[in-house]
Design a protein around this ligand. Structure first.
Ligand code: PNW
Length: 459
């Protein structure tokens, strides 16, 4: 097989998120988040799993960073837990919460690993949810204050900052179909949340710029939406609707084009858009340096009257059919289709030119092969499916770069097996196995493979 080289200075690393790995949910003054509340609500998370202990990373971060260095990671993307910094989401900062990230950043830098901060990966302070959460405009304003507080402590050492992780999930899964915290089921609430998340991003971006941030952006999970039948007009209309609700509703306002007309019309069928104020679109369009792209799987849709629609896409019932995934699937039931990543990157590159991209998450949940729970002393965890997944998707990224798309780096999801939201601990995305009884970490075959990829800067 011929060698594939990535561009010079291509960024290589791995990603995690606070609630998924830290544990220590009651320590050092951390306040409750919506995920604490949600995971304790019966029936919301698989077998009532919570993030109370998770990977105990809060206590084991130094060993985890040492392991990252052994794995050859150059960049580590982690998120800051807002309720550690402001237990109630507003007001004075809790210095002990900032201390943790301060130690983490110093430890990373001491090992030559570049810290990449996500300010919001879904763990909203519960107090703010009690006042409406992201359906409320004030949450967006508080988010900007919080962002500046974190920058104030870490900004002298952290170069790369992103505001939100996947606002699509926060809005549609959190407020629309209730699969994620806070578990609301209301289309209008979902659209209000979209706008206030974007506004929060814009206000935080403005404030962080004023405070002198270096590189700033946000991460989306843009969808590669494909028609069931490429020749069908009905299917093309379904693609346009889903693309509008998933992609253009975020990308257009972020890049200065404002909300698309067709999307606004769709939203207005669910909620009176009184939450859109003059000047908001200008705030949301604050220039960014980097767009993080998280990609896992494509979506195939058909335009069909009586179609079931997607619970995560308000207003698609009766008009859109989401095709059942086919072919090789991950443990999440998600289709494995690397070509979708090439298509997605080319599309963003073409429709939103001038925006540097970075893959901030890509990976798969796969069952560990026999012996994984009790690695046999040789420390081997065979995850050949994951190696194949990552290899295929890196080739897909390379293809997009070869076709001229500006992709600056790749971060695998995830460093560790961790709390996979509504799925609890039963789905394992890590390149490092975690035995939750002992907290023992065992790098999987994929981790060894990835170290080689990084050191060769290619495949
Ligand atoms: C992303 N969906 O979440 C998140 O950023 C990670 O925290 C998460 O662990 C990872 O992907 C794997 O799931 C998603 O239902 C969760 O479409 C759900 C969906 C998409 C992304």
């Amino acid at each position: 097989m011929s060698e594939l080289r990535f561009p010079e200075n291509f960024v290589w690393g791995a990603a995690t998120a606070a609630y998924q790995i830290e544990g220590a949910t009651q320590e050092d003054g951390r306040g409750p988040s919506i995920w604490d509340t949600f995971s304790r609500t019966p029936g919301k998370v698989f077998q009532g799993h919570t993030g109370d202990v998770a990977c105990d990373h809060y206590h084991r971060y130094a060993d985890d960073v040492a392991m990252m260095a052994e794995l050859g990671l150059r960049t580590y993307r982690f998120s800051v837990a807002w309720p550690r910094i402001q237990p109630d989401g507003t007001g004075p900062v809790n210095p002990r919460g900032l201390d943790f990230y301060d130690r983490l950043v110093d430890t990373l830098l001491g090992r030559g690993i570049d810290p990449f901060v996500t300010l919001y990966h879904w763990d909203l302070p519960q107090t703010l949810q009690d006042r409406g959460g992201w359906t409320s405009r004030e949450t967006a304003e508080h988010f900007a204050d919080y962002a500046v507080a974190v920058l104030g402590r870490l900004g002298d050492r952290v170069r790369t900052w992103t505001t939100l992780n996947e606002p699509w999930c926060s809005a549609y899964l959190g407020y629309g179909n209730g699969v994620h915290a806070p578990g609301e089921r209301d289309a209008g609430a979902a659209f209000r949340a979209v706008h206030h998340l974007l506004l929060g991003h814009g206000l935080a971006t403005r404030a962080l710029r004023a405070a002198g941030v270096a590189t700033l952006g946000l991460t989306l999970n843009p969808a590669d939406v494909q028609p069931a039948d490429a020749d069908s007009e009905a299917d093309a209309a379904a693609v346009r609707l889903v693309d509008g609700l998933h992609n253009r509703i975020f990308l257009d306002p972020l890049t200065g084009a404002g909300y698309p007309e067709d999307v606004l019309e769709h939203v207005a069928r669910h909620v009176e858009p009184t939450f859109l104020r003059d000047g908001d679109e200008k705030i949301i369009a604050a220039p960014i340096d980097l767009l993080g792209v998280n990609y896992y799987s494509p979506a195939y849709v058909a335009g069909r009257s009586g179609g079931a629609g997607g619970s995560a896409y308000p207003g698609t019932e009766g008009v859109v059919e989401f095709l059942p995934p086919v072919g090789p699937l991950t443990e999440m039931g998600w289709m494995i289709e690397p070509a979708g990543l090439t298509r997605l990157l080319e599309r963003i590159g073409a429709d939103y030119p001038g925006l540097p991209l970075m893959i901030t998450e890509n990976g798969g949940a796969f069952p560990d092969k026999a012996g994984a729970e009790d690695p046999d002393g040789t420390g081997r965890v065979a995850d050949t499916d994951r190696v194949a997944y990552l290899d295929g998707h890196l080739r897909a990224v390379h293809r997009a770069i070869a076709r001229g798309v500006d992709v600056r780096g790749y971060l695998v999801w995830s460093l560790l097996d961790n709390f996979e939201w509504a799925e609890g601990y039963r789905k394992r995305f890590g390149i490092v196995h975690v035995d939750y009884l002992t907290q023992r970490r065992t790098p999987k075959e994929s981790a060894r493979w990835y170290r080689e990829v990084i050191s060769r800067n290619g495949l």
